[in-house]
Design a protein around this ligand. Sequence first.
Ligand SMILES: C[S@@+](CC[C@H](N)C(=O)[O-])C[C@H]1O[C@@H](n2cnc3c(N)ncnc32)[C@H](O)[C@@H]1O
Length: 319
Amino acid sequence: MGKGIYGLNSKSGGTVHMPVMVSEVLKAFDDSPEGWLIDGTFGLGGHSSALLERYPHRKVFGIDLDADSLAMSEERFRKFNNRTLIVNGNYADMAILARESGIEPVGGILLDLGLSSMQLETLGRGFSFRNDEMLDMRYNQSQGLPAAELVNTFESDQLTNIFSNFGEEKAAKRIAKAVCQNRPIMTTGKLAKIVQETVGRRGKSRRHPATKVFQALRIAVNREFENLIKGLSSGLDLLSDRGKFVILTYHSLEDRIVKQFFKKESLDCVCSTRIPFCVCDHRSRLRIITKKVKIPTIEEVSLNPRSRSAKLRIVEKIV
Ligand SMILES: C[S@@+](CC[C@H](N)C(=O)[O-])C[C@H]1O[C@@H](n2cnc3c(N)ncnc32)[C@H](O)[C@@H]1O
């Protein structure tokens, strides 16, 4: 739920986050209808500032769970003061947040999922095994349970499910057992070491062996898939006719959720193929614009390696 609207008058932060596929995202909104653009994952406002510059007549409603990120953007957004409204909240609640703030009509919505480079690199957030710090991983540190709580209190089976379902980690069961045997685990460094000792380095992979476990815990701590499912449905309800829904994902599981939701909502019938006639009354509510998912150019990936796993999907609402 929103905690308030940010003024635009504090010092900006120093950490850089390079927004991903900016020109493709901007182009997606080119022929979107009049009305607000919602940036449901405002972060440091990289995409939002590009949108405000490209469309001088439009307004942006920004939402982010992380109050620190929003505070860091205040200074930079001062010049857009009369065209931005930014709240600390969850995009899953965007319909309520928009209603509370009188945001209508809505001509476009952007979700740039996951976490920013700033969050990954800032000390004290506990997202990364590169720094040894408290295992936290919450986007909003005043809500929910930190990762250390899950790691130290969940049953081995629950941890196995998290590592397997949210990280597609093949050694999920072995890692969960090792975690339970080595409790308490309060820091990112200790968890990374336990995973590394359990599975070892994998072939020639340059990825740290704990990458998938850390991703899985972050998804569980922040209920990322639940939020995504709610946000997709809430966003589609909010959009006006021909409004654009633009989503950037960074791993296959979240991309699958987006792809399946868009596919289903693009169909006039979702009955099983075993039923000879339609009994579902389902009506298509969107048109898929990106028939083939878009990915960043080689140039972008070489400039910003964190963009390498990005996938962009764009749809248009049909009323
Ligand atoms: C990849 S970053 C977005 C970066 C942003 N597009 C930019 O250019 O600065 C993702 C952001 O989404 C936020 N976030 C993650 N889950 C969220 C949720 N359910 N509701 C609102 N914000 C969320 C994170 O705190 C993070 O700031």
